[in-house]
Design a protein around this ligand. Structure first.
Ligand code: 13P
Length: 260
């Protein structure tokens, strides 16, 4: 089964809603000029909560071929949870994806595997596709190698998830995020393959075969093609480089600038 490559831009806590509108317009025009074909690769943006409505309106009005995602979701349905945003609210905004378990949330907000798992359930319940982030710190890498921690995080988050659930897994080594030093394509492949085996063990072979596994951590237009050449890397979760429309569009064009 062919998995459609997925290029996802995580803006993190950057850009207010006016800046977001400007960036998405520029991105859509750049992609159009470059002959972007949504059949070949899916492109999504993940703006902060305050930008989602503006970006959604723009995408819908101008029919931009961009999917929309949020950066976090509450594990709760509704009610007395000040500051939280529910999966139902995101679904109503036509968000298709939601990032869950990003290492910055695991660190800044002490999110553990149980909370990450609860958020995955909340997202799935409302038809959102979780982009489940897993990855090891530099210390984990030294102690356990690259795969052990991400595989453990994946298995924990998937407890009780049904075999037909649609999700995306993002392997993001914590030491590679924002450091300018990405993992090698070989390491991304090794961990991607281990994550796919873990998907097969938890959700079954079909789910393992269809689920897209992304690499994230210092992805740029100059290194994307090497990752996408790997059989178990189906796309990228891009941070810093997604804030530059020309650079992000170049990443989305990975098939054109280097033969894969
Ligand atoms: P950078 O691309 O800035 O390293 O960030 C990666 C990331 O954390 C995406 O979620």
């Amino acid at each position: 089964m062919a998995r459609r490559p997925f290029i996802a831009g995580n803006w993190k806590m950057n850009l207010d809603h006016l800046q977001a509108i400007a960036l998405v317009q520029k991105l859509a025009w750049t992609m159009k000029d470059a002959g972007y074909d949504p059949k070949g690769v899916e492109v999504a943006v993940f703006p902060p909560f305050t930008d989602l409505r503006s970006v959604q309106t723009l995408i819908a009005a101008d029919r931009f071929p961009l999917a929309l995602g949020a950066q976090d979701v509450s594990p709760h349905e509704a009610g007395a949870h000040t500051g939280d945003v529910s999966a139902a609210m995101l679904a109503k905004l036509d968000a298709r994806y939601v990032i869950i378990g990003h290492s910055e949330r695991r660190a800044d907000h002490r999110e553990d595997d149980a909370l990450v798992g609860a958020k995955v359930h909340a997202a799935l319940q409302h038809g959102l596709v979780p982009v489940l982030c897993v990855g090891e710190t530099a210390e984990d890498l030294e102690r356990h190698g690259a795969s052990a921690v991400p595989v453990g995080q994946l298995k924990a988050a998937l407890e009780g998830v049904s075999a037909d659930a649609e999700l995306v897994v993002a392997y993001e080594p914590v030491w590679a995020i924002g450091s300018g030093t990405p993992a090698t394509a070989e390491t991304a492949q090794e961990v991607g393959a281990a994550l796919r085996r873990a998907l097969a063990e938890t959700l079954g072979e079909d789910a393992a075969e269809r689920t897209r596994i992304l690499y994230g951590g210092s992805v740029k237009s100059g290194n994307i093609a090497g990752f996408l050449r790997m059989p178990d890397v189906d796309g990228a979760l891009v941070g810093g480089a997604s804030l530059d429309p020309a650079e992000f569009a170049a990443i989305a064009r990975f098939e054109k600038h280097v033969g894969v």
